[in-house]
Design a protein around this ligand. Structure first.
Ligand SMILES: [Zn+2]
Ligand SMILES: [Zn+2]
Length: 353
């Protein structure tokens, strides 16, 4: 089959690789209908986590809508032809972590993630014609008929992550909410936050096109490079600072911004992926503001998936408006470069292998 293979920083190629096959009775093999590339894939694509990948062999992608084409003898919940999606990480549903909602930390799969290299289970990714799904009964899900192939791929990562971060923020109708990082998941979180707060949301980013999109969604765009952040926050909050921050940029400077713009007693709900092992952050500032820090960036997507499905099936959220580009596998390398470069107008690609 053909699959997107990592060859080095910025170098993804579509190679012929071995077809996945059933290796364990609990496996299912699926044929990819739609896939995408997540912001977290950029850490791999850009070569920021070289220790996790095997150039020339690691395949990429963890977002998918697919069709079941082969079912292991030990699988009970799925049959040939089922239209399915998986959360980005493999979970068994029965271990301690799965039963306590920490599905990304599944002890049976060893925190395995589709298409995320040797550090996370060395599994094939969804940017491929076929994918092997281990422990399928534990985490694979049927896609409801109301949800199309294009929307369903948001169930793997983006929308469950947004749901989790917004839920953890415990937004009240009177809260001023800030969303830091207006990529696809941040924009979904912005929409969800808008359903809870009656106030205008403050949207922070440094990419003009993303801020434009946040404005279209009713938020006040604030460019962290060119706008007066302090005065904008003061004006929106009577000088106190924001009540809730949802942080999806996943960088240390963004976290520091979150701390800086909060009022005493605020909640910072982080959904971003932080790779900094050490980062200067003021414990004094966090202590002196009585901040509540709730990090869910290693998202338990399985836990947010049911709610994400309901939001889509009921038409509350339509994530397909975030799909700005459509490619087949051959077009993926060029689109990946455009995504990595934050090319104007680029938010998220739809891949039809
Ligand atoms: Zn993702
Ligand atoms: Zn488990």
């Amino acid at each position: 089959m053909r699959a997107a293979v990592y060859h080095g920083p910025g170098d993804v190629r579509i190679d012929d690789v071995q077809d996945p096959r059933i290796q364990d009775p609990r496996d299912v093999i699926v044929k990819t209908r739609t896939a995408s590339m997540c912001g977290s894939d950029l850490y791999l694509f850009n070569g920021e986590v070289e220790h996790m990948v095997t150039p020339g062999r690691t395949t990429l992608g963890h977002e998918i809508c697919a069709e079941v084409i082969e079912v292991g003898a030990g699988v009970g919940r799925f049959a040939m032809g089922d239209r399915v999606t998986f959360p980005y990480s493999v979970s068994c549903g029965t271990c301690f972590c799965c039963r306590t909602g920490q599905t990304a930390h599944c002890e049976t799969s060893g925190k395995a993630i589709f298409g995320f290299g040797v550090a996370f289970g060395d599994l094939g990714g969804s940017q491929a014609e076929y994918v092997r799904v281990p422990l399928a009964d534990g985490h694979l899900e049927q896609v409801p008929a109301e949800i199309g192939d294009e929307a369903a791929l948001f169930l793997s990562c983006n929308l469950p992550a947004a749901v989790t971060a917004v839920d953890a923020a415990e937004i009240e109708p009177t809260d001023v909410v800030a969303v830091i990082g207006c990529g696809p998941t941040g924009l979904l979180a912005l929409q969800l936050a808008g359903l809870r707060s009656g106030r205008e949301i403050l949207a922070f980013d440094r990419v003009a096109g993303r801020l434009d999109r946040a404005k279209e969604l009713g938020a006040q765009p604030i460019n962290v490079d060119s706008d007066e952040v302090d005065s904008a926050v003061a004006a929106a909050t009577s000088g106190r600072g924001v009540d809730k921050v949802i942080e999806f940029a996943g960088r240390g400077d963004a976290f520091n911004l979150a701390v800086a713009i909060t009022r005493p007693g605020a909640v910072i709900s982080g959904g971003g992926v932080y790779l900094e092992q050490t980062h200067p952050v003021s414990l004094f500032d966090m202590y002196f503001k009585n901040l509540q820090i709730r990090l869910n960036g290693f998202a338990n997507a399985k836990m947010g998936q049911w709610k994400a499905m309901q939001l889509m099936a009921l038409g509350v959220i339509d994530p397909t408006s975030l799909l700005t580009h459509e490619v087949d596998l051959a077009g993926l390398p060029q689109a990946a470069a455009a995504f990595a470069d934050r090319e104007p107008g680029f938010l998220k690609m739809l891949i039809r292998p």
